[in-house]
Design a protein around this ligand. Structure first.
Ligand code: ADP
Ligand code: MG
Length: 635
C-alpha cells in the first residue's frame, strides 16, 4: 500500500486548531494523555488475553519513554492492544463521540475565558500532543495482526497513512518536539528531570511500569520505574493528597476537570472490597445517550485491573459516577456474563449505591452551592432512580430538589416543603408540565396561589413518569396533582361551604354547561364548575387516576397504541365571559354565539397550558367572528 493522505474530519480540524493555538496554558499534560492511552491499551490487551492467551505479549507489560535531546524527539511506547488500520483512521482521524458537535458549538459561542473548562469536559486526549510537537508519528500494530501501520501528521488538516513494520504488537507515538520556550509553558521534554516530574505529578498511580531511557549522544538507562504504581484506594484516606486524588480521577474518567465529590468506601465482612468513586462537576455530552454514557466504573481484583465499563456495579440512574472498585475475593478470570449473576457483585453494588446517595446527602447539607451544581447537572438522571422497582424511593426523594410557587427561583427540598406546609396539610400539591414558564402561569395554580398554598413545579421529562407511579406517601404526606380531580382546599367548614356554593352555581348554570358540553364533546368528557380558578375563565383537568396528555404522548412515541383520554373542562362561574355566556344562553338557547364561545373557552384552556388547539385555523376564525360581532358599531 502506498502512502495515502487523508483529511481530518472537520471537527477534528477545529479541535486541532484550538489545541495548537494554545488553548491550554498547561502543556505538560500531553504526557498524561499519552501515558493514559498507553495504559488503557495495555489494560485492553490484558483483558483480551483472558480469553485469548495468544494475544498476550511474551514479556511484561510496560510503558517506555524514549527521549532524544539531540534529535528533539520523545517517544511513548507501549505493548498494549495496538490499532488496526481502520481503528487508526477512526480513532485518530475522527471524533466519534456523540455530543462533539454540541460541544464545538458551545465552545464557539463561548470563546475566551471559559473555553479551557469547556474543552476540559470534552477532553482532547491524543490531540494534546500537538501542543508540544510540530509533527506526530504513530507506529502501531494490533495484537493478533502481523502488519503494522504508520500514521503521521503536522496537525494541519490532514494525516498520512502507510504500511510499516513493528516487531511486536503495541503502539509507539513519536513527538517531534517544538522548540523549548519556557514563557509559553514549553519545557524541555527530553530532559530526565522534567519527564520524571511530570510522570510523578500526573501519572504516579498508573498501574503499569513507566520507564525512561535517554538516547542520542549521552545515552542513559534509568533503572527504576518513574511511577510508584501505588493503588490510591489502598492508602489510608489521610495519606492521599487531594491533588493526587484529583489526578487519579482525571486518569480514569478522561475528564479534564476536578471532580465535584470523591466517595471512598470499604466493605468488610464475608467478603471485602474497596472503592474510590467520584461525582463529576459537569455532565458529559453523552449523558443521555445510554449506550455511551455508562462507562464510569473500573473493576479490579486484588489490585489487578480486570475491566472497564463495569455496568453491573452501578445502576443506570448513577451512570455519571466514575471510579474504581477493587474486590478481594473475585476470580481474576471473571467475565461480564459471570458478573451479571454474581451475588457478591450485587451486594457491592447495593453498598455503593447507598454510599453515593449518603455522600450526596452530606454534600447537600454541607455545601448547598456545590449541591445545586450537582442537581443542575445530574438531577434528572438521579430521578430515574424513582422508576427502579427495587430502589427505595425515600432515599432519592430526600435528594430531590424542585421549583415551587414558594421558592421564587430557588430550588427547594421536599423536607423544606413539609416544614412549610405544617400538620394540617396532608399532601404535596404538584404540577407537571413541559416548562417552568408554562407551569408558573398555569390556571391550575390560581386557587392555590389565592390561598397561599405551596405547589411544587416539575418540568423535567422524567418527572411525568415517576410522579405517575410514586409510593403513596413521603414523610407522611400524600401526593396530589393540581390538574387532577376536584380541588378541596381549606379546613372542613371552608370545604363544606365551597362545595355548597359550587353545587348552587352548578345548578344555576346547568343549562349552559350542557350546551357547552354539547359543543365540545369531541374533546371533553365533562364540563363543570371549577373550584380552582380565580382569574382565568376555563381550564382543562384530568380525573383522578387518568393518564396525562404528556404521558400519552410519550407512550405513543414509544410505539404504544393509547386511546386519547378525554379531559374535564372546568369553567370559572365568576368570570365575566362565563356570566355573559350564561346570559346569552338564557336569552336564546339556540344563539349561535353560545357554540362559538364554548369552542373558544375550550381552545383558550388548551392555549393556557402551553398547548395548541387541534384545529388552530378554526379556533382563529371563531375568535374573529366573535370579535367582529363585538366590534359592531352600536351593538
Ligand atoms: P480517549 O482516550 O478519551 O478515548 P484519546 O484522544 O486519548 O481519547 O484517544 C482516542 C482513541 O485512540 C482511544 O480511545 C484509543 O482507541 C486510541 N488510542 C490512542 N492511543 C492509543 C494507544 N497507545 N494504543 C491503542 N489505542 C490508542
Ligand atoms: Mg485518552
Amino acid at each position: 500500500m502506498p502512502r495515502e493522505t487523508h483529511e481530518f474530519q472537520a471537527q477534528v480540524k477545529q479541535i486541532l486548531d484550538l489545541v495548537i493555538h494554545s488553548l491550554y496554558s498547561n502543556k505538560d499534560i500531553f504526557l498524561r494523555e499519552l501515558v493514559s492511552n498507553a495504559s488503557d491499551a495495555i489494560d485492553r490487551r490484558r483483558f483480551a488475553g483472558v480469553t485469548r492467551p495468544e494475544l498476550l505479549p511474551a514479556g511484561e507489560f510496560a510503558i517506555e519513554l524514549l527521549a532524544d535531546p539531540g534529535a528533539r524527539t520523545l517517544c511513548v511506547r507501549d505493548n498494549g492492544i495496538g490499532m488496526s488500520r481502520d481503528e487508526l483512521v477512526e480513532n485518530l482521524g475522527t471524533i466519534a463521540r456523540s455530543g462533539s458537535a454540541e460541544f464545538l458549538a458551545a465552545l464557539q459561542r463561548d470563546q475566551g475565558a471559559t473555553a479551557p473548562e469547556l474543552i476540559g469536559q470534552f477532553g482532547v486526549g491524543f490531540y494534546a500532543s500537538f501542543m508540544v510537537a510540530e509533527r506526530v508519528e504513530v507506529l502501531t500494530r494490533r495484537a493478533g495482526e502481523s502488519g503494522a501501520h504508520r500514521w503521521e501528521s503536522s496537525g494541519d488538516g490532514s494525516f498520512s497513512l502507510e504500511e510499516a513494520e513493528r516487531d511486536e504488537a503495541g503502539t509507539t507515538i513519536t513527538l517531534h518536539l517544538r522548540a523549548v520556550e519556557p514563557e509559553a509553558g514549553l519545557q524541555d521534554y527530553t530532559d530526565e528531570w522534567v519527564l520524571r516530574g511530570i510522570v510523578k505529578r500526573y501519572s504516579d498511580f498508573v498501574a503499569h511500569p513507566i520507564r525512561l531511557r535517554i538516547e542520542g549522544d549521552a545515552p542513559k538507562e534509568i533503572e527504576e520505574d518513574l511511577n510508584s504504581r501505588e493503588a490510591l484506594w489502598t492508602r489510608p484516606a489521610d495519606q492521599v493528597e487531594e491533588r493526587e486524588l484529583f489526578e487519579f480521577y482525571r486518569h480514569i474518567s478522561h475528564d479534564w476537570q476536578d471532580p465535584l465529590l470523591p466517595v471512598r468506601t470499604k466493605i468488610e465482612g464475608t467478603f471485602e472490597a474497596r472503592a474510590l468513586l467520584f461525582v463529576p462537576q459537569v455532565a458529559p455530552p453523552d449523558l443521555y445517550h445510554r449506550e455511551m454514557a455508562h462507562k464510569g466504573i473500573q473493576l479490579y481484583v486484588k489490585r489487578v485491573f480486570i475491566m472497564d465499563e463495569c455496568r453491573e456495579l452501578m445502576p443506570e440512574f448513577l451512570r455519571f459516577v466514575k471510579g474504581v472498585v477493587d474486590a478481594e475475593d473475585l476470580s481474576l478470570n471473571v467475565s461480564r456474563e459471570m458478573l451479571q449473576q454474581d451475588r457478591q457483585i450485587r451486594a457491592i453494588r447495593r453498598h455503593l449505591v447507598k454510599k453515593v446517595l449518603d455522600a450526596l446527602g452530606e454534600l447537600a447539607e454541607n455545601d448547598a452551592d456545590a449541591y445545586r451544581r450537582f442537581w443542575a447537572a445530574f438531577g434528572p438522571v438521579l430521578k430515574e432512580g424513582l422508576l427502579v422497582p427495587d430502589e427505595k424511593p425515600e432515599r432519592i426523594l430526600d435528594l430531590v430538589r424542585c421549583h415551587s410557587t414558594h421558592a421564587s427561583g430557588e430550588l427547594t427540598s421536599l423536607a423544606q416543603v413539609v416544614e412549610r406546609m405544617g400538620d394540617d396539610q396532608t399532601c404535596f400539591y404538584y404540577a407537571v408540565g413541559e416548562s417552568l414558564a408554562a407551569l408558573e402561569s398555569s390556571p391550575h395554580l390560581e386557587a392555590f396561589r389565592d390561598k397561599g398554598i405551596e405547589v411544587l413545579l416539575f418540568a423535567d421529562p422524567v418527572d411525568e413518569i415517576w410522579l405517575a407511579q410514586l409510593p403513596p406517601e413521603y414523610r407522611g404526606k400524600s401526593w396530589r396533582s393540581v390538574g387532577q380531580g376536584e380541588v378541596e382546599l381549606g379546613d372542613e367548614s371552608e370545604r363544606e361551604a365551597a362545595a355548597k356554593a359550587r353545587e348552587e352555581q352548578a345548578d344555576a348554570l346547568k343549562g349552559v354547561l350542557a350546551a357547552v358540553r354539547a359543543a365540545v364533546q369531541e374533546d371533553v368528557k365533562e364540563v363543570r364548575v371549577s373550584s380552582r380558578l380565580t382569574t382565568s375563565p376555563a381550564c382543562l383537568v384530568l380525573e383522578q387516576g387518568d393518564m396525562t396528555p404528556q404521558m400519552e404522548e410519550m407512550l405513543r412515541r414509544a410505539g404504544q397504541d393509547v386511546p386519547k383520554t378525554k379531559r374535564v373542562l372546568e369553567v370559572n362561574p365568576q368570570h365575566a365571559l362565563v356570566e355573559r355566556l350564561s346570559a346569552l344562553h338564557a336569552a336564546d338557547a339556540e344563539d349561535a354565539r353560545v357554540t362559538a364561545l364554548a369552542e373558544l373557552l375550550y381552545g383558550q384552556a388548551v392555549l393556557a397550558e402551553g398547548g395548541r388547539p387541534e384545529d388552530a385555523a378554526a379556533f382563529v376564525s371563531r375568535l374573529n367572528e366573535l370579535l367582529l360581532a363585538g366590534l359592531e358599531p352600536g351593538s
